[in-house]
Design a protein around this ligand. Structure first.
Ligand SMILES: Cc1cc2nc3c(=O)[nH]c(=O)nc-3n(C[C@H](O)[C@H](O)[C@H](O)COP(=O)(O)OP(=O)(O)OC[C@H]3O[C@@H](n4cnc5c(N)ncnc54)[C@H](O)[C@@H]3O)c2cc1C
Length: 403
């Protein structure tokens, strides 16, 4: 009844991406972090393999990849780039490309998706504001309709990919941007727009300096009387929050697999070390104090991989066959994002410990992983918000304290 195997195509994808990562990404992970960018040739390589925006329709250069295949690619990228920059670059575009493909209007899709799939532009999500992250209902950015346009004012902050859009990728890119279209309402007064950022009048970008996952930038952008054609609206007006949550579900499940990939890589790295490094006359891997932690982490890794892939499987089932409910999907995706980042952080932290003082030098790459997975304590929703979502799906909306 339950099949735990990847199908032939997924196995082929795993092999192809794994080989690419081993050859092209593993040797330059430190360089990606030091130079604060994923090199252009890597982005080109990912695009050539059909991995960028891989969820979108073939009409726009995608391969309409299913969520499990997306997970397989994310895991391989995370096993290679343990700093999580390349996996983030990949996953943001896989999840939000899917949402634009599903809900966007033709003009907006034609404008950006072929550039994303060719690795020429970046597509991200802009929901967070300087004063509204977890509490999105409190956002201040507003779009007002004016003829066949919308005029948008406000500010988005802590947004991934700003430097890639503004300075790296030749055709720029933009964001699915969540704004208020009815200020008298909370989440039911929000709409989602595709907003091109580079060369758009009224947009002022800022770049922030993060302490991890440095190969993909963070930043923000202010919008002052930004005019956007009505074709940039996704779905119906005031339905933006629901559409955005569908994207967050997808991104959260992929993030859980990314965390598993980075943790797996760190543990594998550490296993080689504890077999060879000796203390008190024997390899440290013979001490129960080390073995027991390794076993616990590996057991959690196996469990969380299953949960992450189950969340992705459920996402696909709900989208295509409606055989799994939206509530169940949202719960599974939140559960996986709730557990995987903290698990990965602890596993990587112990792996670093086993390296002794060498683990505290930059010669040992694992600090990149520690800092990388830490970003997911917040990115695409804080861990605490995942708990609120899981409880809401278990107990019902009447038990949400913040309404
Ligand atoms: C590296 C990185 C990349 C990001 N990329 C993007 C992006 O591309 N697009 C985008 O829109 N956003 C992005 N974000 C922002 C992210 O979505 C927000 O950080 C997140 O939603 C939390 O919002 P906040 O940072 O404003 O924290 P706040 O909402 O101010 O919350 C601060 C802390 O308070 C606690 N908290 C809040 N509410 C509750 C509660 N009800 N119960 C218990 N504890 C609570 C949590 O510990 C939380 O971390 C990114 C963040 C990071 C770190």
């Amino acid at each position: 009844m339950v099949d735990f195997e990847f199908n032939d195509e997924q196995r082929m994808m795993q092999k192809t991406v794994g080989e690419f990562c081993k050859k092209e990404i593993v040797p330059i992970v430190r360089k990606i972090d030091d130079e604060k960018k994923i090199p252009d040739n890597i982005i080109k390589g990912l695009a050539n393999l059909g991995l960028l925006g891989m969820t979108v329709s073939t009409d726009y250069g995608g391969i309409e990849a299913d969520p499990i295949t997306v997970g397989v690619v994310a895991e391989e990228l995370a096993r290679a780039d343990i700093s999580c920059a390349a996996p983030t670059f990949f996953l943001v575009q896989a999840a939000w490309g899917y949402i634009l493909n599903k809900y966007g209007r033709e003009a907006a899709k034609r404008d950006i998706l072929p550039k994303v799939t060719r690795g020429k532009a970046f597509l991200g999500i802009a929901a967070t504001e300087p004063d509204a992250g977890s509490d999105l209902a409190n956002m201040k950015t507003v779009a007002e309709k004016s003829g066949d346009k919308y005029i948008i004012n406000g500010e988005k902050m802590f947004i991934s990919g700003i430097n890639e859009v503004m300075n790296q990728l030749p055709e720029g890119g933009g964001y699915l941007t969540l704004v208020k279209t009815d200020t008298s309402k909370a989440t039911r007064g929000m709409s989602l727009f595709y907003i091109p950022i580079k060369n758009t009048k009224g947009i002022s970008p800022t770049i922030l300096e993060d302490w991890g996952r440095k190969g993909i930038s963070s930043g923000g952008f202010a919008l002052e009387n930004v005019e956007i054609p009505k074709d940039c609206l996704l779905g119906e007006e005031n339905r933006g929050f629901h559409i955005t949550m569908e994207g967050f579900d997808y991104a959260r499940a992929i993030i859980s697999i990314v965390c598993c990939g980075a943790a797996m890589s760190a543990l594998e790295h550490a296993m080689k070390h504890i077999k060879s490094r000796k203390a008190f006359g024997q390899p440290i891997g013979r001490f129960e104090g080390v073995q027991f932690k390794l076993s616990e982490h590996w057991a959690k890794l196996d469990a969380l991989r299953l949960l992450g892939y189950k969340a992705l499987w459920a996402y696909g089932k709900e989208q295509t066959e409606k055989t799994v409910s939206r509530f169940e999907v949202t719960k599974l995706c939140a559960e996986s994002k709730l557990l995987a980042p903290a698990f990965a952080f602890e596993a990587i932290n112990d792996a670093i410990q086993w390296f002794g003082a060498y683990g505290y030098t930059v010669e040992c790459p694992l600090e990149l992983a520690l800092k990388g997975v830490r970003s997911y304590y917040w990115a695409e929703g804080a861990l605490e918000i995942m708990k609120i979502i899981v409880s809401r799906e278990l107990l019902g909306k009447d038990y949400v304290a913040y309404r």
